[in-house]
Ligand binder design. Structure first.
Ligand code: GYE
Length: 326
């Protein structure tokens, strides 16, 4: 059924040379313009406020954008997420928004959707750029510049750290995910330019509060002189704060904490003086997803990266923003 639509669209484009031509020239499946779409949103997990806010943003926009939303939750399993996408293909969705848990294992899901004539939009995370390309295998990536987020966290630390020697523990996000890879790169490269700092340990806490707490507990034993924590997201930073407090350390005084996201708990920790900074990474993708899908259906050539601009939250502005946080 889907394939028939795909082929007949090709014929139409060939005849009319219509606005769908740019998409098809690059091998992307076209999308008809219609009043209502059946849209898949393949979520990676739902174990933190960021994911819950993102899902809600998609559910909210489904109403205003005339979508019948097919929602799946991979519960932290890349393998389940691949089969979630396969089930969306089987259900004949018009388009898929995929938040790929990890860069490599989700590539086959992208390729299968493309082969089935269904345009894929990557949202919040990306897949391995060496094997799958925007504008060719999937339409575009909607999301933040993670390298820049890591770099900005490092720059805040360089400007605000008071001591002579910064002994850093890094809590990495989900291994193999694009934000973990890129937030590490951006931070590590920038911090290496200042000899006051040394990263003594860098370990994954899977973007989760509990894992962040446990990893911090273990690393604290091995590096009792640590005085900086860089967490790839706020949930792990909050877990780290709990571990520090149990160990009798004062977060914000004995240990400077820098992080990424902008959750309500993180903004509260900044207001309380426990956390120094969180670089924003917005989960509110619904309106942007609606707009990008409409532009694509209208035949616009979509830029390979629909970039989200991020703010930065510190004690100067955290109180102003806490009411809009999640
Ligand atoms: O920072 C984190 C979430 O992919 C940008 O994943 C997202 C990250 C976000 O679990 O909290």
């Amino acid at each position: 059924m889907k394939r028939r639509i795909f082929l007949s669209s090709i014929a139409t484009v060939a005849l009319l040379g219509s606005a769908l031509a740019p998409a098809l020239a690059q091998g992307l499946p076209p999308l008809e313009q219609k009043d209502r779409y059946k849209v898949g949103f393949a979520q990676t997990e739902s174990n933190n406020p960021w994911r819950i806010a993102e899902t809600k943003s998609f559910q909210d926009v489904a109403g205003s954008c005339n979508w019948d939303l097919v929602y799946t939750d991979a519960a932290g399993s890349a393998a389940k997420q691949v089969s979630d996408v396969e089930s969306m293909i089987a259900q004949g969705v018009d388009a898929i928004f995929l938040a790929p848990r990890e860069e490599k294992p989700l590539v086959p899901a992208v390729m299968r959707a493309k082969a089935a004539g269904i345009p894929v939009f990557l949202v919040d995370r990306s897949v391995d750029p060496a094997v799958a390309k925007a504008g060719q295998d999937y339409v575009t990536f909607l999301g933040s510049d993670f390298v820049d987020q890591g770099k900005r966290a490092a720059e805040w630390l360089i400007e605000n750290f008071k001591g002579d020697k910064g002994v850093i523990i890094e809590l990495e996000g989900t291994t193999g995910s694009s934000p973990a890879n890129d937030r590490k790169k951006g931070f590590d490269e920038r911090i290496a330019q200042d000899d006051r700092f040394e990263i003594v340990a860098s370990q994954s806490g899977d973007f989760a509060r509990d894992a962040g707490r446990q990893v911090t507990e273990t690393l604290l034993q091995a590096h009792p002189d640590m005085n900086v924590i860089y967490a790839h997201n706020d949930e792990m930073a909050i877990g780290a704060i709990q571990a520090l407090e149990v160990a009798g350390k004062k977060p914000g005084e004995d240990v400077t904490i820098v992080s990424i996201d902008g959750t309500r708990d993180a903004l509260q920790a900044i207001i309380d003086g426990k956390m120094g900074v969180t670089v924003e990474s917005s989960p509110f993708f619904g309106p942007l997803a609606c707009d990008t899908l409409k532009r694509y259906a209208a035949g616009e050539e979509i830029e390979p990266w629909v970039k989200v601009e991020d703010r930065i939250f510190t004690k100067e502005n955290a109180a102003e923003h806490i009411d809009e946080a999640y």
